[in-house]
Design a protein around this ligand. Sequence first.
Ligand code: TYD
Length: 201
Amino acid sequence: MACFIVFEGGDGSGKSTQARSLLRRLRRRGVKVLRTHEPGGTPLGQSLRRLLKSGKAMTPMSELMLFEAARAQLVQNVIRPFLQQGGVVIADRFTSSTMAYQGYGRGLDRELIERLNREATGGLEPDLTVFLDLHVETALARKSGGSEDNFDDAPVDFHRRIHRGYSALAAADPGGWLVLDGQRPPEELSRDIWARVQTII
Ligand code: TYD
C-alpha cells in the first residue's frame, strides 16, 4: 500500500491545489496519507525555508545545499517512516524541483545535483510524478500579486529554463510521469490524477 506521489511544476502551476485535492480524496477513503511541501516539513526544514525565502544574498551552490539539507531531514524523519508504516505520501515538490530550478534554472552541474539528490534521499524515488504543465507567462500572471515567493522576481527566462527542465525530465521517464495541461479546469485535472493514482495504490 505504501506509495510515494510527487507533484511538480513551476510557480503558479496549480500543483498545491491538486496535491491537496488528492489528499482529501484519499482521506475520504480512509487511506493513511500525509502531504509534505518542500522546503519545510521538519523543524530544521522550516528554518531553512525561512532562510531560503529571506532574500539574503546566496550563491546558487549555497541555495542548492540548503534545499538538499532540508530534503535529507524530511526524507529521513518524515517521508521514509510514513512509507514504512504503509502510508501514502503526497509530496509537493521533491528532487525534480532541484534539477529544474538549480540545474536547468541556475545552471548548476546536473550530475552533481543527481548525486546530491540520491544522497539526500538515500535513493528514494517517487512511484509517480505528476507534472502540471503550464505556459510560463500564464503561470507568472497567476502568481502576480500577493505572493511571497523569492523566485517571482527572477527574469522570465529563468522560468522558461525551469519549464524546459521539467519537460526534459518528464520525457526521459514517460512511465513514471503523468503530464497534464495546467490550463485545464482543476476538477478535470483532479479526476485524471485520481484515475492514475488508483492504478498504483
Ligand atoms: P513555495 O512558496 O513553497 O512555492 P511553491 O508553492 O511553488 O512550491 O516556494 C518554494 C520555492 O523554492 C519555489 O519557487 C521553488 C523553489 N525550489 C527550488 O528552487 N529548489 C528546490 O529543490 C525546491 C524544493 C524548491
